[in-house]
Design a protein around this ligand. Structure first.
Ligand code: SF4
Length: 71
């Protein structure tokens, strides 16, 4: 399933600095698949779009949990 953030997401639309070499694989895995596991989506779903750090990548779940106050 596609993530509902997909049209405006800087990761999906290659708008982030230092895009990882695996970006396309990550897009398939998260953006067009298991988006609920995406670190960006986790923050978006709880705190809204403005709270998502501009440099956060989908696989940085540990960072997302810290931001959300979970360990
Ligand atoms: S899964 Fe994450 S990176 Fe992909 S479009 Fe959604 S919020 Fe953006």
């Amino acid at each position: 399933m596609d993530c509902k953030c997909l049209p405006g997401c800087p990761f999906f639309n290659d708008k982030m600095a230092n895009m990882p070499a695996m970006a396309n694989i990550m897009k398939k895995k998260y953006c067009q698949g298991n988006f609920e596991s995406c670190a960006r989506y986790m923050i978006f779903s709880v705190k809204g779009k403005p709270a998502v750090p501009s440099d956060l990548f989908p696989n940085e779940v540990e960072k997302a949990k810290k931001i959300l106050g979970k360990k």
